[in-house]
Design a protein around this ligand. Sequence first.
Ligand SMILES: Cc1ncc(COP(=O)(O)O)c(C=O)c1O
Length: 375
Amino acid sequence: MAFGWIDEQAAARRRAGLVRSLRPRPADSPLLDLASNDYLGLARHPEVVAGAQEAARTWGGGATGSRLVTGTTELHTALEHELAAFCGFEAALVFSSGYAANLAAVTALAPHGSLIVSDAGNHASLIDGCRLARGTTQVVGHADPDAVRKALGTHDGPALAVSDTVFSVDGDAAPLAGLAEACREHGAGLVVDDAHGLGVLGAGGRGAPHAAGLAGADDVVVTVTLSKSLGSQGGVVLGPARVVEHLVNAARTFIFDTGLAPAAAGAALAALRLLGREPERAARAREVATGLHARLTAAGLEAVRPDAAVVSVRAPSPEEAVQWAADCRAAGLFVGCFRPPSVPDGISRLRLTARADLTEEQIERAVQVIGGTRP
Ligand SMILES: Cc1ncc(COP(=O)(O)O)c(C=O)c1O
């Protein structure tokens, strides 16, 4: 029977407690949200919503074509200029998602005969970029510049190291300065995904590469998503102008994809301008994360010390993680639940996001609920 094997896979998933399902979210959900990636609480900010509305009124519902045909509006260009200036890079290129931006950066910068050295904890979109690239990939241990150095030392020809800046599962930060040093010793490029760093780390939320003194370097390329701190949707590659020009000409997820919807570009631009005016939002997100971690640990829970705004709490098994998240939801708290295959080490976790707009009372309530429902 066609697709018969799907039923076997579904049965195996059920047996392993790994079934995933969609739960539509009502607009007026009463749940306290510690599950979204809206780190700065900007997705529903009136200025961000107005940015989307104004852009849709001006440019329409869609970009109408690929970026190289009709899909580049003046709004896309303004967003690219302002993001590059904010993060400290020469140029920026907007994509329809962070996923597409990562596929573009890795595939276009790793030609035939090249080596890609990839951290074992990287996000799926970087992993898929490695799979699609013409170069050969070597996966190295997590957050280990010496392993990167060693791998680069085995190769003659173009090379690239790729890493998340803040790992989405545990919220720990990559050793960016060490990675850059290892790459420079071997003349290799460094591509880092700052999806969870932009808006949270660096001065006023300028991101982890900015904080590490790597902004504007001619051997560093940064990818970001507009869908987390900036409360919108879309992705961006930031780097030297010659890299961006190369992507315009060579990156398939740029060339063969419809441009980002104007409403998303308008919302992201409004959020970026707001963050520029209110830089304290970044520090507040970090402060909420530290406070949340301290209280969870004091309550006897095993939480990983956060380097940005993601706080991860260990769960004993995938089934118990799912039940724990469901019990939290029943008690009015929405938390994320990570389990295999989304976690490379097989450890299931609750994943909490420390939003800048959480109040002390909400943080306390969250800790009470998580502690009170623990398996
Ligand atoms: C580290 C990381 N990179 C890339 C992405 C993909 O970004 P987008 O959702 O914009 O496709 C995500 C998650 O969404 C992520 O967590």
